[in-house]
Design a binder for this molecule. Structure first.
Ligand code: ZN
Length: 82
């Protein structure tokens, strides 16, 4: 099983989604290739006006930023690591 975040509406920008089997494999492949709905990738595809994280505003919203550095999700990382 793979846990992931997918974009939601404006009120819930991300929601947790689980995938199993072939969907999990496809999700891992997308993450590995960087094919996500994060702003940096969407901007690269000319589908987003800017590449920046909606909370940090000056840092590109990449997988690495989302998972490891974004201050908006610090409490979630802390809860997961405890
Ligand atoms: Zn951020």
């Amino acid at each position: 099983m793979v846990w992931g975040f997918i974009r939601g509406g404006d009120e819930c920008r991300y929601k947790i989604q689980t995938w199993e089997g072939a969907k999990a494999t496809a999700a891992i492949a997308c993450l590995y290739r960087g094919h996500t709905t994060f702003s940096a990738h969407l901007h690269h595809l000319h589908l987003s006006p800017d590449p920046f994280c909606p909370w940090c505003r000056t840092i590109p919203e990449t997988i690495e930023h989302f998972l490891l550095h974004c201050s908006h999700f610090h409490s979630h990382r802390t809860a997961l690591s405890s």
